[in-house]
Design a protein around this ligand. Structure first.
Ligand SMILES: [Zn+2]
Length: 500
């Protein structure tokens, strides 16, 4: 009893210190999973969220089957001030809901404790490059530690890696990407794969997965002939933390911060832009909508798209770099959380698919199959807009596909819970660090599969070319269309259906 009391006193003292130091706390906040059934319930939920304004944060939305309003699932963070109204309305309307996270502040503290480091205290662990992933990758790392690790790698492996500062962030922090290549000095640039993570600050699992992939490629190069073969043909650019200011802020001040940290002219209290609504493709497209909050003009919104396209300096730096290397970047991958999803354009619309939809689907299905073989987990796969039933303009995956013609553009929503899950383990952004390695192992395998297809020119295309090699180009197109419509489409649809 005495020890429980002293623990409460300590927690109370921590609370007071956090209040005084401006750290954002989430006492009394809950995360609800709401499953409206039918259009009436769905629009009631939309109204609830609109009325709730800044007391509600949408963590995840999926409309499932789409237009008929069935199968929708929303996960929302609700402040204590509005919680009673939300709960009584849901109950009155008979809308099914679960409390996913009962005590948000406690879950935040639990994640930090499981990570072995309180936010005040820098980890005393040394960053050892040779310990393998069992130790390094069982923790989330701060921005400074990630940089330290990257720079150490580039120093240790000068013939295989190059650390590139894409530019300085709004708060003047370097944004480091690493190039992994066996021909760093080669002027004839080989095909390359770009991977970025940490666009949204609170999605800590994503930078961790990027670090794991870097580690595996570098250490695999000297010990695994497959990796050696892979790296003899393709270069990798990996940017583990894109939104560096937001990421730092999520460690020091507000664990659930999502946006950048730039101020918004005209808004005294609300800073930051959602960098994944800020890209110059269907920027704030008003026709892009689902439940109606997929991009926003309100600087206080978590999905604020920014004053104009590329208003964020981080977006401009990455765009400049990719523009300069677009000719040889053949695949683009952006890592987000959460959802256990592997998706491709379009994101801006629920109604259209991109011109190379079947190639994208073919490679995605191959990735998903190989990912499933790792731990048995199945990533839901499809066009972002069509599959999720809502659309957003200004996203990087659409922009890279359209504006830089990177044909293989994919967005992962990493899992928000362990594979074998009880409800209490669905911690979403607050996933305990023991999930880093299993998730990373899956994504690493998916990336290898993607690389093999990119190198091979995609097996599907090769087969098609072989079939029609002696025919005219007009006939080629017809045969290609036949293969698309009659052979590949039913296969893809059948696989989708079996996974629903
Ligand atoms: Zn995200």
């Amino acid at each position: 009893m005495a020890s429980k009391r002293s623990l409460l006193i300590i927690l109370g003292v921590i609370g007071v210190i956090e209040c005084l130091s401006g750290i954002v706390r989430y006492d009394g906040y809950k995360v609800l999973r709401i499953q409206p059934s039918g259009l009436d319930q769905q629009s009631a939920v939309v109204n609830l969220i609109r009325d709730g304004q800044h007391e509600i944060d949408v963590w995840s939305e999926m409309s499932g089957e789409g237009l008929d309003g069935t199968g929708s699932t929303l996960e929302i963070q609700v402040s204590p001030s509005i919680l009673p109204t939300i709960l009584s309305t849901l109950e009155k309307m008979g809308i099914h809901y679960d409390v996913l996270i009962d005590d948000l502040q406690k879950s935040i503290e639990e994640q930090l404790q499981a990570n072995g480091m309180h936010r005040y205290k820098r980890s005393a662990d040394s960053i050892n490059l040779t310990t393998g992933y069992s130790t390094f990758h069982d923790k989330y790392w701060r921005y400074e530690e990630i940089n330290e690790w990257l720079l150490k790698i580039c120093k240790t492996y000068p013939n295989l890696t190059e650390c590139i500062n894409l530019g300085m962030s709004y708060e003047n922090r370097p944004i480091y990407a690493i190039k992994i290549s066996t021909s760093l000095d080669d002027a004839t640039k080989r095909q390359a794969i770009w991977i970025d993570a940490g666009m949204h600050a609170r999605e800590w699992i994503a930078p961790s997965v990027a670090l794991f992939i870097i580690d595996q490629l570098i250490h695999g190069y000297s010990s695994n002939s497959n990796i050696e073969e892979l790296l003899s043909q393709v270069d990798f650019y990996i940017l583990p933390v894109f939104n560096v200011d937001g990421y730092v802020y999520s460690w020091t001040t507000d664990r659930l911060w999502r946006k950048t940290r730039s101020p918004n002219p005209g808004s005294k209290n609300c800073s930051g832009t959602d960098p994944n609504r800020n890209w110059d493709f269907h920027f704030y497209d008003e026709t892009a909508s689902g439940f109606g909050w997929t991009a926003a003009t309100d600087p206080c919104a978590n999905i604020y798209q920014g004053a104009e396209p590329h208003s964020e300096i981080e977006v401009r730096h990455m765009d400049d770099f990719i523009q300069a290397h677009a000719k040889h970047i053949k695949a683009y991958v952006t890592l987000h959380s959460y959802g256990t999803l592997l998706m491709w354009p379009w994101c801006f619309t629920t109604k259209q698919v991109p011109p190379t939809n079947y190639d994208l689907a073919y490679v995605a299905l191959a990735m998903r199959g190989d990912i499933k073989n790792v731990h048995g987990r199945i990533y839901r796969t499809g066009n972002i807009g069509k599959m999720l039933g809502f659309a957003s303009g200004g996203t990087s995956v659409d922009y890279m596909y359209n504006n830089h013609s990177i044909k293989y553009s994919y967005a992962f929503e990493l899992p928000g819970g362990p594979f074998v899950m009880g409800q209490s383990q669905l911690k979403r952004f607050l996933l305990p660090p023991e999930n880093i390695v299993p998730i990373s192992e899956e994504i690493y395998v998916g990336i290898k599969t993607l690389a093999e297809h990119v190198i091979g020119g995609v097996k599907y295309n090769l087969t098609m070319t072989a079939t029609v090699a002696t025919t005219s180009s007009a006939t080629n197109e017809k045969i290609g269309l036949f293969i698309h419509v009659c052979l590949i489409l039913p296969l893809v649809l059948a696989v989708f259906r079996s996974l629903r």
